[in-house]
Design a binder for this molecule. Structure first.
Ligand code: ZN
Length: 966
C-alpha cells in the first residue's frame, strides 16, 4: 500500500479542478471506524459487492479487513517472525484474496497472498531472496509485482550471474519472470515493475534503466500478455518517457503518464487497444502539486485518486466523457458535518463503491471511508440503483433517459434480473420455456422477491455456426454485433443506450455448439454472459425422441431441457456452482438445476423433476457415517420424489433410487435401517461430507453485467486440496540482506508518513515547489558525501523537511534515502550525505520530496543525475568489502568456478597468472555492477600445476591460489 503510494507519487496526475456536481442523489457514505486499539484506518481495495474492504491501521502497521457484517478483522499480517511495516497491494473482487508484502527480521521483503480460510502464504522469489506483490486479478488467481531475479549473462571467458529487478506474475503456485522488453536499450539489466493485472491475466508496468554511454534514463511503459511476452506501449508524440499503472478488466485500456524529460512536462495518457492518447481533462493544465491515480473501474471508464485544489487535498473521480469531479462537492450532501474525503484509493469493478481515507468530523479521526454512489441507493439489493428503477437510466446525465427500466418491468422493492437473448437459426427457445424460467424466479423464496425479465433481443435468425472451445471469443463477437434490439442499434443514441444496457442486462445466446463432446451450455461464474448450446447431434436426436413420444411424462419435454439449461447457465452467472458452493456433482441432497442430476428431466426419474434452484431443505450427508432411518430429510414439494444415488449399485448391479423424504436405503441392500453406513453416494470415488445448499439464499447479484462485460471470470474457491498445496509452499529463505541502510530509512519514511498523516488537515496546502540548487543536474563530485542545497516554498509558510532519495538503476544495493532536519519555507538549506550512507563511485539519480508538518507532499518530478568519482578508497568497507572467494572445485581438472562480490559498481580485472607471474588468462576486464558475480574458468589447455587468480576491483587487489591436477 505504502510503496504503491510512493511509486505512484512519482506519477503526477496534474489536474485542473473542473467540478460539475451531479444533482443530489441519496447515495451513502460509511465511515469504517478504526480497528480495535488503533488510532486511524486506511482502505486499499473494495470488493465488488461493497461488503469487504482491505486496508490497514497506519499506526498499528498491520493489515486488516473490514466486513459489512463484522467490522475490522486483523489478518495476522505481519505473521510471527516478520515485522512491520507491511504493504497491502490489492484484493480479489470477492474480497477473499489479499496480496502484499512483509519484511523479515533482515528487513528483506517477501510477497504474500492471504486467502480467507487459509491465511498467509509466501510467493517466493526468483533467486535473489526478495519479492513484492502489488496487484491481484479480480479472480484472485494472478498476482503481479517485482522481485530480484538471478540471471546468467555471458561475458568474455565465461558467464556472469547477477541479480536484476524483474516484473513477475505468480499463478498456481509458480512465479514467472516476465522477462525483458525487446528493443530496450539494455534489456537484460533494466528494472521492471509490474503495476497492475487485468482480469484475464495480462500485466502492465514500467521498465527503466540508466543507459550507457549516453547517460540517460530510459523509462518505458509495457504490457505483457501470456504467449506473446512483453511489448512496449506507444510513446505520446513529443514525449520521451512513459509509465503504465492501471489496466481495465479486459486489458484493453491502460492508464499512465508521459513525460518530456527536457521540459519537465507531464501528461496523463491512456492506451486504448494499443493507441496512445492524451487525456485532456485529466492533464491539460498542470498544477504544481499534482496528484495520484489510484484505481480504475473494470470497464476502464472511471479513474479515482487524489489531487490538490485551492482548498487542499481531495478525492477525485474522473469519468470518461464527464471529466474531473471533487467527490467532496459531488457528495456534499453526505458531508454536512464537516467531514472531508481526502483521497480515493480504490473503486469497485462496476464503479459503484469507492473507498479511501478522509477526516471523519464526528469521530475527530482520519478514517477509511466507503462511498456507495448508486443513484438513489439500492434498497432492494439487486445492484440496480433505485433511481434507475424509478426513472430509467440516464447514463451520461444529459437529461435523456437512455434505458427505460420501469417500462421494462423494473421496480424498487424487487430483486430484478434482466437477460437479453438472441439465437442462431433453429435454436430459438419457445416462449413457454422462457416463461417457465421466469415463473421459477417468481415463485422463489426470499425477500425482496426476485423478478426475472427476459428480453428477446430480436436477432433470432442468425446462421448457425460451431464456435471455438472455449467459446468466449465467439460469444463476445456475437454480442458486439447483436447486443440490444435492432431498433436500439439504429438509434443515434445507441452508444449511450448500449452503456445503459451494460449496467443491467445479462446476455445469452442460444447457439448451436462449441465443443464436440456436446456440452449443453456454458456460463461465466459469476458474470453476465452465457450460452445454451443444444445443437450437438446427440441433443438433436434427444429432442426428436421427446417430440415424437405420443404420451410423454408431463416433465419430459424439450421445453424443459431448454428451460433447465437456460436456468443452469444463468445460475452460474449468479455465482452458483454444480454443488451449490462447490463443484461437487450429483449430490442427492442438492436438488437444483445446477446439479447435473436435475439440470434436465431424465426419463428414469422425470416425475421428480422440478425447474428450480435448491432451497436448502436437505440434511448434510457424511459418507462415512450415514443414517438410513434419517435419510436425506427433504420436505415440502419433495415428498414422493426419488433421486438416484450415482455411486451405489444394488446386488443385481442396478442403480439405486431413494426417496427425498423419509428413510433411505443408502447402501442398496434392500432395507433402510442401517446406521453408520459408509457409502460413496454421488459416485466421485471419495468419502466425504456432502453439504446441501440453499441456492436462493445465496444468489449473488453483485457480479453484475456492468463489470464483467467482455471479461470471463471464474472466481476461485479454495478447495481442501489447494489449501494443502498452499501449506506446502516453503517459507522464504532467510537471506542476508544487503539493503539494511535503505530499508530502515524506508521504514522510517513510512512511519513518518503515517505519523504526520494523522495530523493531516484538509485545509493544508502542500509545499508547492522543490528546488535543488546544488549539485547541478549531472554534476560530477569527488566525494562520497556530497552536499545538497535545497529550497522549497509553501504558501502557508509551514516548516518543511526533505526526503532525499538516491539510487542507481537496477542496483538495489545502491539506494540511499534520508530525511533532513526541518527548515523554514522559502529558505535554502544545505545537507550533506551522512557517513552511514556514503555514496559509492558511479552514476546516481535522485529525487527530492518536500513535506510540511501537515503532510502535503511534493515530489521533485524530474529525476536528476549525480556522478560520484572519489579518488582512492575513502570508504571503510567492513562487511561491504570486495570479496574474492576460493574457487570451487579446487583442485580441479578441467574447469572451476570463481565467485566474487563487489560492494559497488567497479572496474574489475580478473586474471589468472602462473607461478612465474605470467598472465595466462583474462577472465574479466570491464565494468561490473555491485553484487555477486560468478565466472567459470576453463583450464583445459593449461598444464597441471599451481596458479593464482588475481582480481583488481577499483583500488582493491586480491589474490588466491588454485591448482590444476590431471
Ligand atoms: Zn454448469
Amino acid at each position: 500500500m505504502v510503496w504503491r503510494h510512493l511509486w505512484r507519487s512519482a506519477a503526477v496526475v496534474a489536474v485542473v479542478l473542473v467540478v460539475d456536481a451531479v444533482p443530489g442523489s441519496a447515495q451513502r457514505l460509511t465511515w469504517l471506524g478504526v480497528p480495535s486499539g488503533a488510532f486511524t484506518s486506511d482502505a486499499v481495495a473494495v470488493s465488488v459487492d461493497g461488503r469487504v474492504v482491505v486496508g490497514g491501521s497506519p499506526t498499528e502497521m498491520h493489515a486488516y479487513r473490514w466486513r459489512a457484517d463484522s467490522g475490522w478483522q486483523d489478518l495476522g499480517i505481519p505473521p510471527a517472525g516478520y515485522r512491520a511495516p507491511i504493504a497491502v497491494g490489492g484484493m480479489s473482487a470477492d474480497g477473499r484474496v489479499v496480496v502484499g508484502w512483509v519484511k523479515d527480521s533482515n528487513l528483506t521483503t517477501h510477497a504474500f497472498r492471504w486467502v480467507e480460510g487459509s491465511g498467509i502464504q509466501f510467493l517466493g522469489d526468483l533467486g535473489c531472496g526478495w519479492s513484492e506483490a502489488y496487484a491481484v486479478s479480480a479472480d484472485g488467481r494472478v498476482i503481479v509485482g517485482r522481485t530480484g531475479a538471478r540471471i546468467i549473462k555471458p561475458i568474455p571467458g565465461g558467464v556472469d550471474t547477477l541479480c536484476v529487478i524483474r516484473a513477475f506474475r505468480w499463478m498456481g503456485g509458480r512465479m514467472e519472470d516476465l522477462d525483458t522488453l525487446p528493443g530496450y536499450p539494455d534489456a537484460s539489466t533494466a528494472q521492471y515493475i509490474a503495476g497492475d493485472v487485468s482480469a484475464d491475466g495480462s500485466v502492465v508496468g514500467t521498465a527503466e534503466d540508466l543507459v550507457r554511454p549516453q547517460e540517460r534514463i530510459v523509462v518505458r511503459a509495457f504490457r505483457w500478455v501470456a504467449g506473446q511476452g512483453m511489448h512496449e506501449l506507444g510513446m505520446l508524440p513529443g514525449y520521451s518517457w512513459s509509465e503504465a499503472y492501471l489496466v481495465s478488466s479486459d486489458g484493453r485500456i491502460i492508464y499512465g503518464v508521459a513525460r518530456d524529460t527536457s521540459s519537465g512536462s507531464v501528461r496523463i495518457v491512456r492506451w486504448v487497444d494499443g493507441q496512445v492518447q492524451q487525456i485532456q481533462d485529466l492533464s491539460d493544465s498542470l498544477v504544481p502539486n499534482g496528484g495520484i491515480m489510484q484505481d480504475v473501474s473494470a470497464d476502464g471508464r472511471i479513474v479515482v485518486g487524489y489531487t490538490y485544489g485551492r482548498t487542499g487535498r481531495y478525492a477525485f473521480r474522473w469519468v470518461e466523457g464527464q471529466g474531473m469531479e471533487n467527490l467532496n462537492i459531488t457528495y456534499a450532501s453526505l458531508l454536512t458535518d464537516g467531514s472531508v474525503l481526502l483521497g480515493a484509493t480504490a473503486i469497485s469493478p462496476d464503479g459503484r463503491f469507492i473507498v479511501g481515507r478522509g477526516y471523519n468530523a464526528s469521530s475527530g479521526r482520519h478514517e477509511a471511508f466507503l462511498l456507495d454512489v448508486c443513484p438513489g441507493g439500492d434498497s432492494d439489493s439487486d445492484y440496480i440503483c433505485d433511481d434507475w428503477e424509478r426513472n430509467g437510466i440516464d447514463i451520461n446525465n444529459d437529461g435523456t433517459v437512455d434505458l427505460d427500466l420501469p417500462r421494462l418491468g423494473a421496480r424498487v422493492g424487487v430483486r430484478d434480473i434482466f437477460v437479453e437473448y438472441d439465437a442462431m437459426q433453429g435454436f430459438a427457445p419457445s416462449q413457454a420455456a422462457i416463461n417457465a424460467v421466469v415463473g421459477a424466479f417468481a415463485n422463489a423464496p426470499g425477500n425482496p422477491p426476485f423478478a426475472l425479465h427476459v428480453q428477446n433481443g430480436g436477432d433470432l435468425s442468425v446462421p448457425t455456426a460451431t464456435w471455438n472451445d472455449p467459446p468466449w471469443g465467439d460469444l463476445d463477437g456475437f454480442k458486439r454485433q447483436f447486443f440490444g434490439t435492432p431498433a436500439e442499434r439504429n438509434s443515434p443514441n445507441w452508444q449511450n443506450i448500449r452503456r445503459a444496457r451494460q449496467e443491467v442486462f445479462r446476455y445469452c445466446v442460444f447457439a448451436q455448439q462449441y465443443d464436440t463432446a456436446g456440452s449443453s451450455g456454458i456460463g461465466e461464474l459469476p458474470g453476465n454472459d452465457f450460452a445454451v448450446t443444444l445443437g450437438h447431434p446427440g441433443w438433436v436426436q434427444w429432442q426428436n425422441t421427446l417430440q415424437q413420444q405420443l404420451q410423454p411424462l408431463p416433465q419430459l419435454t424439450w421445453d424443459n431441457v431448454v428451460a433447465g439449461t437456460f436456468m443452469h447457465e444463468l445460475g452460474h452467472t449468479l455465482g452458483l456452482r454444480h454443488g451449490g458452493d462447490t463443484h461437487t456433482q450429483y449430490k442427492p441432497n442438492y436438488h437444483s438445476v445446477m446439479n447435473y442430476l436435475w439440470q434436465t428431466p431424465q426419463p428414469a426419474y422425470a416425475g421428480s423433476w422440478v425447474l428450480d434452484y435448491s432451497r436448502g431443505v436437505f440434511n448434510t450427508l457424511n459418507e462415512t457415517n450415514l443414517s438410513e432411518p434419517v435419510g436425506i430429510g427433504g420436505g415440502g414439494v419433495h415428498a414422493g420424489h426419488s433421486v438416484p444415488l450415482r455411486g451405489v449399485r444394488n446386488a443385481a448391479g442396478n442403480p439405486v433410487f431413494v426417496l427425498e423424504v423419509g428413510p433411505a436405503d443408502f447402501d442398496g441392500d434392500g432395507n433402510a435401517t442401517g446406521v453408520g453406513v459408509v457409502q460413496d453416494l454421488n459416485g466421485d470415488s471419495r468419502r466425504r461430507v456432502l453439504g446441501g445448499y440453499d441456492d436462493w439464499a445465496n444468489v449473488d447479484l453483485s457480479h453484475g453485467p456492468n463489470w464483467t462485460d467482455g471479461v470471463h471470470i471464474i472466481l476461485r474457491r479454495t478447495s481442501p486440496r489447494e489449501d494443502k498445496e498452499l501449506q506446502e509452499l516453503k517459507p522464504p529463505p532467510q537471506v542476508q540482506s544487503v539493503q539494511e541502510d535503505t530499508t530502515e530509512l524506508e521504514e522510517e519514511l513510512q512511519e513518518l508518513t503515517y505519523e504526520i498523516y494523522q495530523e493531516l488537515s484538509s485545509t493544508n496546502m502542500p509545499p508547492d515547489t522543490v528546488e535543488v540548487l546544488e549539485p547541478g543536474d549531472g554534476a560530477v563530485v569527488t566525494t562520497a558525501h556530497p552536499q545538497f542545497v535545497l529550497r522549497a516554498q509553501d504558501a502557508e509558510g509551514d516548516t518543511l523537511r526533505f526526503l532525499i532519495s538516491l539510487r542507481r538503476a537496477g542496483d538495489t544495493t545502491a539506494m540511499r534515502q534520508w530525511w533532513t532536519g526541518f527548515v523554514s519555507a522559502g529558505a535554502s538549506a544545505s545537507f550533506t550525505v551522512p557517513d552511514t550512507l556514503a555514496l559509492t563511485d558511479g552514476e546516481w539519480r535522485y529525487m527530492v520530496l518536500a513535506m510540511d508538518w501537515k503532510t502535503g507532499m511534493s515530489w521533485w518530478n524530474t529525476p536528476r543525475r549525480l556522478v560520484v568519482q572519489t579518488t582512492g578508497v575513502e570508504e571503510t568497507f567492513g562487511p561491504r568489502a570486495v570479496l574474492l572467494a576460493q574457487n570451487v572445485p579446487n583442485p580441479f581438472a578441467t574447469s572451476t568456478t570463481i565467485r566474487f562480490v563487489l560492494p559497488q559498481w567497479s572496474h574489475v580485472k580478473l586474471t589468472v597468472v602462473d607461478v612465474l607471474g605470467r598472465e595466462v588468462a583474462t577472465l574479466v576486464d570491464g565494468e561490473l555492477r555491485a553484487g555477486e558475480h560468478t565466472v567459470v574458468f576453463s583450464a583445459v589447455d593449461l598444464p597441471s600445476g599451481v596458479y593464482f587468480y588475481r582480481m583488481q576491483a577499483g583500488a582493491v587487489v586480491q589474490l588466491r591460489k588454485m591448482e590444476v591436477v590431471r
